[in-house]
Write a protein that binds this ligand. Structure first.
Ligand code: SF4
Length: 492
């Protein structure tokens, strides 16, 4: 696509482009900036001046090179005979991919989590004003969604003005989310899917149901249904439910079939209400991540906006990296705030009874949806700072997870010694010892996929055989981290 005089290229080829710190000219939003948002509003035809782009506050060229975490509000106003307010959410989500079509311009996340960067290269080529970005958005929106007859875009970069609109934007998001609450997965005849994030996570497929909100938190079941109707060739599509294979785990035959097709065979099963058993894949723009804490057999949850370390000593970014990219990683799970408000929230794993730690801000945002008897038993960064303290806290507060420890201990005690520790089979005298120089454990749906590359001795022909063990469960009672000395290295 070309726009007269546009300083850089525009096209799907640039989707997925990452701009690293050293390549960036300037940055807006991100974790370090609270005041940022993007919002689409449907207006009457006469209220929109088609093609108008406004910048309120400093423009790109007014910023010094390397400017970080600038405030930003993106307001897109659209009008059209057939447009309805319920369509705002899905139109808004397209800001993400349309911005990413612009060479050297990166857009991540959504709503109040947006994070944008412009590359030095594109700035040098002349992409030095939001007016250009606005022009590209106007053109892309109108060509991809012909239902939009008129569009105008406003970029707000003045901190005070962004602050003014920020609270209003939050209220609008909340009203959208509340529309679907009360609708049950069992009551609808179809679910919806989204592959918008495949540019960053090629095997990721979001399955959106009334009670399992999208990972990004920006697309509800109603939004997805509307999107599939207005843009049938777009990234959102209908999923026939098929048979319910397990109502507790949330597994449907139609979901499995569609996810397998859309992930090109990579993901074969998805259980919508579990973080452990064939969990929903995680893309990269999920609002929060759940992570397993083996020492207490519970789940922690951390949101993108939390800048500190979690109770396991890792920040959101590291936990997110453990599950992002369209993978199914048992125990690590990308999810949205709205899914935490659902009665189906991780129901197969124990729901809220399994959650032991959250940042105080995240807890505040979902507190009306956590059972009263559990809310005060979930620790935050203000209560504990490591797993040992967490364990103590959970015991003192009588968190329901403690009952699980007792059950597990009882089962352990009941085990016969030979069940608990199977005897090692001694190798036959003279049997060859096979060295395993390369082994990789890749997390998969049912456990781990363990890949062993076994070179055979030259005397036996010398080829390397790859042995793949699928759905391996790895249980380690202890992890020993041992520094290898230079002397030991030489001996090897
Ligand atoms: S997180 Fe899911 S619903 Fe949201 S844009 Fe990505 S694929 Fe679509």
């Amino acid at each position: 696509m070309s726009i007269e005089g546009f300083p850089v290229d525009i096209g799907v080829v640039y989707e997925g482009e990452r701009i690293r710190k050293h390549e960036m000219y300037a940055e807006w939003g991100g974790v370090k900036q609270k005041y940022k948002f993007e919002l689409v509003r449907v207006r009457p035809l006469e209220a929109v001046e088609d093609g108008k782009v406004q910048v309120i506050g400093p423009d790109i060229k007014d910023l010094p090179e390397g400017a970080k975490a600038q405030p930003l509000g993106i307001l897109v106003e659209v009008a059209g005979e057939q447009l309805k307010e319920e369509m705002e959410g899905v139109i808004e989500r397209r800001i993400h991919d349309f911005c990413n079509y612009i060479e050297g311009f990166m857009h991540l996340n959504q709503r109040y989590d947006i994070w944008l960067r412009l590359s030095k290269k594109s700035f040098k080529k002349g992409l030095n004003s939001f007016t250009w970005i606005g022009k590209a958005l106007c053109r892309l929106f109108k060509s991809e969604l012909p239902i939009i007859e008129k569009i105008q875009v406003t970029f707000i970069t003045d901190l005070e003005k962004v602050k003014e609109m920020f609270d209003e934007a939050l209220k609008i998001y909340e009203a959208r989310d509340a529309r679907v609450r009360g609708l049950k997965d069992e009551e609808v005849d179809a679910f919806y899917g989204c592959t918008l994030c495949q540019s960053f996570a090629p095997t990721h497929v979001c399955v959106i149901t009334p009670q399992r909100y999208s990972n990004c938190g920006a697309i509800s079941w109603l939004d997805a249904r509307i999107a599939a109707q207005i843009d049938p060739k777009g990234p959102l599509f209908k999923i026939e439910k098929g048979d319910c294979l397990d109502p507790v785990l949330g597994e449907w035959s139609g979901v499995n079939k569609t996810v397998k097709e859309k992930s090109l065979g990579e993901v074969e099963r998805v259980c919508l209400y579990s973080a452990f058993t064939y969990p929903h894949t995680s893309c990269g723009c999920f609002e929060c991540a759940a992570f397993y804490i083996p020492e207490v057999d519970g789940l922690g949850i951390v949101h993108r906006g939390f800048a500190g370390n979690t109770v396991i000593g890792l920040p959101f970014t590291t936990i997110a990296d453990s599950t992002a990219g369209g993978r199914q990683v048992p125990g690590f799970h990308g999810l949205s705030f709205e899914y935490m408000r659902s009665p189906k929230f991780l129901q197969a794993d124990g729901g809220w009874e399994r959650v032991v730690w959250m940042p105080s801000e995240a807890k505040e945002r979902v507190k009306g949806f956590v059972p009263d008897e559990i809310l005060d038993k979930i620790a935050t960064e203000k209560d504990v700072s490591n797993v040992e303290e967490l364990k103590k806290w959970l015991k003192e507060k009588g968190h329901p997870i403690v009952a699980r420890w007792k059950e597990e201990e009882a089962v352990e005690e009941e085990k016969l010694p030979e069940e608990a520790a199977p005897a090692a089979v001694p190798a036959a005298p003279g049997a060859p010892v096979v060295a395993v120089p390369q082994a990789a454990a890749v997390p998969t749906a049912g456990g781990y996929q363990l890949v062993l590359n076994l070179p055979m001795p030259a005397a036996a022909g010398g080829p390397t055989y790859k042995i793949i063990l699928k759905d391996v469960k790895i249980i380690a009672k202890k992890m020993i981290l041992k520094k290898i000395t230079e002397e030991e290295k030489k001996k090897k």
